[in-house]
Design a protein around this ligand. Structure first.
Ligand SMILES: [Zn+2]
Length: 745
């Protein structure tokens, strides 16, 4: 049965996917063939008949011939599949896959069998995708702290200038608007819930939620020509697909995450069909990088540039505009995606493009394998080990490293035999080509005015990051990441144990990692964050303070230390540390936020407003921040302004209970108890829990509903994890008091 018809599931819980006995068959069913003509008002029964008829026709006319029809009126939906290995998808030959929707798009569109990303890291790879340039040019070499410069003409900017409505729906902090990929988007939805009160790299939004956000946008905007980007992050660590995929894929959770993503990708395509726009929408699905899954001594991705983390899926699909079921065998690159999309839209290519249009391949023309530059700076930036640069050219892959590598990908696709010594001449030739590429594309960067300011350089080096010039210097004495896999796996195991909730084991491993490399800032931060999870704020502060002594002025450590001081109620120290951060980087969002929060905790509402305003300048759509700001306005007697903010936030995020809770508190301060109670009830319905039980009980008592108040206060006492906190003790006394009053009534 078709998955789309399972509508009776609880919210956010997709139907258990049908067991794919015959993947091809499931694929055909996953996204029903649409009637050829748009008609929204046909009764449901008729639609299903048309679908059956169309499906039958598709079987009869196996692979109907159709060419490439460029069309400037096509919408574009670009779907990026984070951390998705091509060889874990059904249409790429993985028999165990449950990816009927990607398989459907491939079977009815064009699948590139051999695409490579240029860098196995999220923000750098997306920067390459959106600018058609190598990291050498766009300069985004890692996640965090690098931001794509405004000089670049991104795909979104070009399409916006051509009259497209542009919108993005992001699932991970690595692509937060602060990192510059929001250029050209009319709206950039990266406002997902995040752990604690600051966004972190663990912040992610699952495919169901990101999809829902896109569907809502589509409901309102499908009448206009659009370019949308939907980013799915689920297959990234930790691998924990939601039910029912969790149980079905208990032994293969990574595959389960891909299946979960595919399920919502399918629903998204259906949504386009429902809106009547699928037949004039180009859908492009592309991975940003793969995942090593333990192969090549790597657990996840970013440490090496082996094929397991470079090979990604790439599928183009456009009804009546592209061939159906075509497979392009030759090697292509992520940087080719943007020129291809523009070519299909009859838009001229950009002069700065380093990729090329794949339209000839889409037309079925044979083209030679494209060469590509590849890199990862992650080992250097995080661990102080050598970066890896390389080139894939013909059948060879060459990796420049302290111990250089050369592989014959045709004969040895698993990259098990390093031919560097044996084929020295070939290696030398490729080293020359690599040098040429670096010279060619790095020069272009400088011409583009992308050079770092002194201040930026200082900031980067204080973070242990490289400046632009380091790219040209040959690799010197840094350790080869290949020799560090034991150390690296200590860190990855620490992460793994932390994700699994085995905190004592995680602590042991993080301590080992810190002992290995006390000069790596992240080692302090990871251990401190673990302590925070364990509720040991003071231990966390100790670790960060020792990190600050070892690496003075390091922003990664300092900013975390400030936030830990807030949690530890050491507010003066928090403010002083936040100010120290701002002396190094006057635009550091977290520092403004932390200083504001500290002042709120001190009851200095008016001073807090100033810091929050500065933070809002840097990050204008951050719900947590706006709530804090509104809360301060209320405390400053500016309730009317706060109300406007609350109303807007409620419109934007109708299911965020915090908005209703804060509104309730505001109404209470204005002595409008009925409004307060009503809003608190909404907060409670959206997020039943001990906090909301407590707050609601208090309001019920104030509005004279003592019996209900007792009921909810008991609920609070039964569910709170608090032990001897003042609130719990007070609640116990209050309950006795209320019950006494009830007895007297
Ligand atoms: Zn990624």
């Amino acid at each position: 049965m078709s998955k789309k018809k399972r509508g009776r599931q609880p919210r956010n819980k997709p139907a258990a996917p049908a067991q794919a006995q015959n993947p091809q068959k499931t694929a055909e069913k996953a996204i029903p063939q649409a009637p050829k003509k748009r008609s929204r008002k046909i009764p449901v029964l008729v639609i299903s008949l048309v679908i059956i008829a169309a499906g039958a026709a598709a079987v009869l006319l196996l692979k109907p011939k159709s060419g490439v029809k460029p069309d400037s009126e096509l919408n574009v939906l670009l779907i990026t599949l984070d951390t998705t290995r091509a060889d874990r998808i059904g249409c790429y030959g993985y028999a165990q896959a449950e990816t009927p929707n990607l398989d459907y798009l491939a079977a009815n569109g064009v699948r590139f069998a051999n695409p490579y990303c240029q860098v196995p890291l999220t923000a750098p790879s997306h920067s390459s995708l959106f600018t058609s340039t190598y990291p050498l040019s766009h300069g985004v070499h890692d996640n965090g702290f690098y931001s794509l410069a405004p000089e670049f003409d991104t795909l979104a900017e070009i399409l916006k200038n051509r009259g497209f409505k542009t919108s993005a729906f992001i699932s991970s902090f690595s692509l937060d608007s602060r990192f510059g990929l929001d250029q050209g988007f009319d709206s950039y939805d990266d406002t997902f819930e995040y752990e604690e009160f600051l966004k972190s790299f663990r912040s992610e939004r699952t495919a169901d939620k990101t999809s829902a956000s896109f569907w809502k946008w589509l409901d309102e905007n499908s009448g206009q020509k659009f370019f949308c980007w939907v980013h799915y992050f689920d297959p990234h660590l930790p691998y924990s697909p939601p039910p029912p995929f969790k149980a079905e894929f208990a032994a293969r959770p990574y595959d389960g995450e891909i299946a979960f993503t595919d399920y919502y990708l399918g629903k998204t395509i259906e949504k386009l069909r429902e809106k009547g726009v699928l037949d004039r929408t180009l859908v492009v699905c592309v991975g940003d990088h793969g995942e090593a899954l333990g192969e090549k001594n790597e657990v996840d991705h970013g440490l090496f540039i082996y094929d397991v983390s470079l090979r990604v899926p790439l599928i183009f699909y456009a009804e009546n505009h592209l061939p159906k079921g075509l497979v392009v065998p030759s090697r292509v690159r992520v940087i080719d995606v943007m020129p291809t999309i523009l070519d299909l839209l009859k838009a001229p290519p950009g002069r700065s493009f380093q990729g090329e249009s794949l339209v000839p391949q889409l037309k079925g023309k044979r083209r030679p394998d494209l060469s590509t530059y590849i890199e990862t700076y992650m080992p250097r930036e995080y661990y102080g080990w050598s970066e890896l640069l390389g080139i894939i050219d013909g059948e060879h892959k060459y990796i420049r490293a302290p111990k250089a590598e050369l592989y014959d990908l045709a004969e040895d696709p698993e990259e098990t035999r390093n031919l560097y010594s044996k084929e020295a001449a070939a290696a030398a030739g490729l080293e020359e080509k690599l040098k040429e590429m670096i010279a060619k594309y790095t020069t272009q960067t400088a011409a583009g005015g992308k050079a770092l300011s002194l201040e930026e350089q200082e900031r980067l080096s204080s973070l242990g990051y490289v400046g632009g010039q380091a790219l040209e210097s040959p690799t010197g004495t840094l350790p080869d990441p290949k020799d560090k896999t034991a150390e690296y796996s200590v860190y990855v195991y620490a992460k793994k144990y932390e994700y699994e909730g085995d905190y004592p084991k995680a602590e042991e491993y993080y301590k080992q990692a810190l002992a290995f490399s006390p000069e790596v800032a992240w080692n302090y931060v990871h251990l401190a964050l673990l302590y925070r999870r364990m509720g040991k704020i003071n231990e966390g502060i100790d670790v960060l303070e020792s990190g600050n002594r070892k690496l003075p002025g390091n922003l990664i450590i300092l900013s975390r230390l400030a936030s830990f001081y807030v949690r530890g109620q050491r507010l003066e120290e928090a403010i002083a540390t936040a100010q120290a951060v701002l002396r190094i980087d006057p635009q550091y969002f977290d520092a403004f936020y932390i200083a504001g929060l500290s002042l709120v905790n001190m009851g200095k509402w008016e001073d807090a407003l100033g810091y929050f305003e500065r933070a809002m300048d840097i990050e204008p759509e951050n719900t947590s921040l706006e709530l804090q700001y509104a809360f301060c306005l209320v405390a400053n007697g500016r309730g009317a302004e706060a109300l406007k903010i609350y109303e807007r936030l409620k419109n934007e995020n109708p299911r965020d209970y915090r908005i209703y809770q804060d509104m309730a508190i505001m109404y209470e301060s204005l002595h409008d108890l009925n409004q307060a109670r009503e809003n608190m009830k909404q907060a409670l319905d959206l997020n039943p829990g001990f906090e909301t039980y407590f707050n609601y009980a208090i309001l019920l008592e104030k509005t004279g509903d003592l019996r209900e108040a007792v009921y909810y206060l008991k609920h609070y006492l039964e569910t709170t994890p608090e032990k001897d906190t003042p609130r719990r003790l007070a609640a116990q006394r209050t309950l006795g008091d209320w019950e006494g009053r009830l007895g007297n009534q």
